[in-house]
Design a binder for this molecule. Structure first.
Ligand code: GLU
Length: 448
């Protein structure tokens, strides 16, 4: 049996971190088994639907790299290939639902009631076999004992979630339903519906919820609940994916940083942990720093350039070799891509400004004289590399009897406008002689 799984979000305008993890676990299982990962947008609630809300989901999945495998051909494409397809939209499938409801009605398994259609629910407990939580026996609630039947089509003609969810899983040949444990309470209804349609239900794997670090239920408003905050705050998607893998699943040996290729090899449903996961933002932050430290410089450049673009810095105006050299000096310094502008924006500015008055409080009376001596020494250099620059600074300090620290602070300010940043000699080397001299000149002229 070829595995077919799906992620079936409702477009609410928000992709919760728990939803992202559900998508990831489905995707991992499909990739592990060589199966198919279907994306289905459950958008039957017309009032809440919008293109933006759908985009939040699609962009989130794309950002995480969770590609879906099939669906109707979307847009104006010429050939059905991966990427041109899907997702499925329930709003485009109403004909299927109507046909299925007719079938239930004609077989006496559903009936009309006050303009709505109700499903004749089983009058006995239903056992839900679950690959994660084990067998769950669902007894009838007191209310269900009085009235076990439930509405599948509302009086306004709208089919309800339980019905369309089951019909699609059935028609799409879904073999495993991997979803949040909050849906366990719906599953008895779903199993009964599958049986009414004459098929055995898929296998279920209900994944325990994600709680806040203090054990409280994670709500929409909790910090870190929305996937998009990670994009906005400068996380690397591979670090977020890695962290999400560990929320409810764990490789042997308590490993934390596990490349996705390896997770795909190792991932399996029975290993999903039965207890709730706790969301630890500090750990994700740490993991992100580890990813940045160890990522290739090409990947670092790609993500850093995006982070700069987000604050309006267009690196395209500069020579590629310069951009790469500039970003290389920041790689070991940042833990989040949102920090990149603080460490590297000065490379991409025509003029450097800083609060000279505030800075001058830390200057010595001879600062301007030292800067002039340095400028003249730099101007003589034919080699403008970090070692030569370091030697030159030492020589100027020695000649004028000043300590290095008295020189280092003003020159960093003149070159970058900031008091922190990449290693001074390396950043000067990357800026190059021309820029460094003109920045020193400008600072000296501002010093009057
Ligand atoms: N649309 C449902 C949700 O977003 C899907 C539930 C399921 O995966 O079956 O919660």
């Amino acid at each position: 049996m070829k595995v077919r799984v799906r992620f079936a979000p409702s477009p609410t305008g928000f992709l919760h971190i728990g939803g992202a993890r559900t998508a990831l676990f489905n995707w991992l299982y499909a990739r592990h088994m060589g199966g198919t990962f279907v994306l289905r947008i459950e958008d039957t609630d017309a009032a809440r639907n919008s293109q933006e809300a759908v985009d939040v989901i699609l962009n989130g999945l794309r950002w995480l790299g969770l590609d879906w495998d099939e669906g109707p051909i979307s847009g104006d494409v010429t050939g059905p290939s991966k990427g041109d397809r899907g997702p499925y939209f329930q709003s485009q499938r109403s004909e299927n639902y109507r046909r299925r409801v007719e079938a239930l009605l004609s077989r006496g398994l559903a009936y009309e009631h006050e303009g709505a259609v109700k499903f004749k629910m089983a009058r006995e407990p239903i056992i839900i076999p679950d690959l994660v939580v084990g067998d769950v026996t669902r007894e009838l609630t007191d209310r269900e004992k009085l009235e076990p039947d439930f509405v599948i089509v509302r009086s306004d003609g709208q089919p309800v979630f339980h019905l369309v969810n089951v019909i699609d899983d059935l028609e799409m040949g879904i073999t495993h339903v991997i979803r949040g444990e909050d849906h366990l309470s719906n599953t008895a209804k779903h199993i009964a519906l599958f049986r009414a349609f004459g098929v055995e239900p898929p296998k279920y794997a209900h994944i325990p919820l994600i709680l806040n670090i203090d054990g409280t239920k994670m709500s929409k408003r909790d910090k870190g609940a929305s996937l998009m905050t990670y994009l906005e705050e400068g996380y690397a998607p591979e670090a977020v994916v890695n962290y999400l893998c560990l929320l409810g699943w764990s490789p042997k040996g308590n490993r934390e940083k596990v490349p996705i290729k390896e997770v795909i090899e190792l991932f399996d449903l029975p290993q999903i942990l039965r207890h709730n996961a706790r969301f630890d933002l500090n750990k994700l932050h740490w993991l992100n720093g580890e990813y940045i430290k160890e990522m290739s410089s090409d990947r670092f450049h790609e993500l850093a350039v995006h982070a700069l673009a987000r604050v309006g810095i267009d690196t395209n105006r500069y020579d590629l070799a310069y951009v790469k050299a500039a970003l290389d000096t920041s790689k070991q310094k940042v833990k989040l891509f949102s920090e990149v502008p603080t460490f590297a924006d000065f490379y991409f500015k025509d003029e450097i400004d800083f609060d000279l008055e505030a800075a001058a409080k830390d200057f010595v009376p001879e600062t301007k004289k030292y800067l002039k001596q340095l400028r003249d020494a730099f101007a003589q250099l034919s080699k403008f590399d970090a070692t030569t620059l370091n030697d030159t600074l030492k020589a100027v300090a020695a000649a004028s009897g000043a300590s290095m620290s008295v020189l280092v602070h003003p020159i960093r300010l003149a070159a970058t406008g900031r008091t922190v940043g990449p290693s001074l000699y390396h950043l000067l080397e990357v800026l190059g002689k021309e820029r460094v001299l003109s920045r020193l000149d400008r600072t000296m002229s501002r010093m009057g």
